[in-house]
Design a protein around this ligand. Structure first.
Ligand SMILES: Nc1ncnc2c1ncn2[C@@H]1O[C@H](COP(=O)(O)OP(=O)(O)O)[C@@H](O)[C@H]1O
Ligand SMILES: CC(C)(COP(=O)(O)O)[C@@H](O)C(=O)NCCC(=O)O
Ligand SMILES: [K+]
Length: 247
């Protein structure tokens, strides 16, 4: 079974082809059009397709996918082996639901905290039985620096600096990076500690555009043994949904 899965985030659209549960290829695009899909598929005979979108695509994506595949609309009403305990499933980001499905099916006998560091950073907990109560939504790495520039008169616009590892700064740039970057790691450490106290065997899975940043920082921390990067968690969660519907 060849599956085409698409994850439309607030910054990038991620797309992948799976042959059953094996990832064949994946890519990320800032500009996503019909021809992006044709170029990406490039000769693969797609059986099924599915989309998770936090933003509406700029073209009729559903009609396009229906024209060459068995298209499945993804929503929180689709029953999977993850049970949504969120109070407002109708407002839950589909990328968050897909990420915990991906996590639970990769490590089904473990309690997991997913840290998806995209436009926003989301912390989502799923227990070993597949119960998903929710988690945390927090400003993303780039958003933190952009917001400080946008809402002030004197703070410049800086990009994240992967090399920066100071706890505090002594000029404008280093002070802002300490807040935006080191502050984000302190935040993550705080939430990890909170969940670890309640679930001592918890595993931490990292995904999203800034996963390499979290990976580098957390691999140098006491959390190193329980942290793992799973870059395709949302995509593999969507692929799992196709399997659970068809199996
Ligand atoms: N070339 C880039 N352009 C924009 N953002 C980037 C780039 N490289 C890394 N990033 C980081 O990746 C984040 C987006 O990651 P991603 O997981 O694709 O987000 P989303 O799922 O929200 O679309 C941005 O917020 C930014 O911090
Ligand atoms: C929290 C999010 C903005 C994260 O999106 P991302 O950073 O992956 O683009 C998205 O999942 C969303 O719009 N959620 C809706 C609110 C909710 O999940 O309750
Ligand atoms: K996210």
């Amino acid at each position: 079974m060849i599956n085409l899965v698409i994850d439309i985030g607030n910054t990038f659209t991620k797309i992948a082809i799976f042959n059953n549960r094996e990832l064949v290829k994946s890519a990320a695009y800032q500009d996503f059009t019909e021809s992006t899909i044709s170029n990406f598929i490039n000769g693969h005979n797609v059986d099924n397709s599915i989309v998770s979108a936090v933003e509406d695509p700029a073209f009729d994506l559903e009609s396009h996918l229906k024209s060459f595949s068995n298209y499945q609309r993804f929503s929180t009403s689709i029953k999977t082996n993850v049970s949504i305990r969120y109070k407002t499933p109708e407002t839950l980001g589909l990328d968050r639901y897909a990420a915990v499905i991906g996590a639970h099916n990769l490590y089904c006998s473990q309690d997991i905290l997913v840290i998806d560091s995209g436009t926003c950073v989301t912390y989502d907990f799923v227990d070993r039985e597949g119960n998903y109560p929710g988690g945390v939504i927090s400003p993303g790495l780039k958003m933190r620096l952009t917001a400080m520039n946008y809402y002030t008169g004197r703070l410049p616009l800086f990009s994240p600096d992967p090399e920066f590892d100071q706890q505090s700064g002594n000029d404008t740039l280093s002070c802002m990076l300490a807040g935006a970057q080191t502050g984000l790691i302190h935040e993550a450490a705080g939430f990890i500690n909170y969940y670890k106290q309640q679930h001592p065997d918890i595993k931490i899975l990292l995904c999203g555009g800034d996963a390499p940043f979290f990976d580098r920082q957390l691999k140098n921390s006491i959390f190193a043994p329980i942290v793992k990067t799973e870059p395709h968690l949302v995509l593999s969660g969507l692929n799992e949904v196709i399997h659970q519907i068809n199996d």
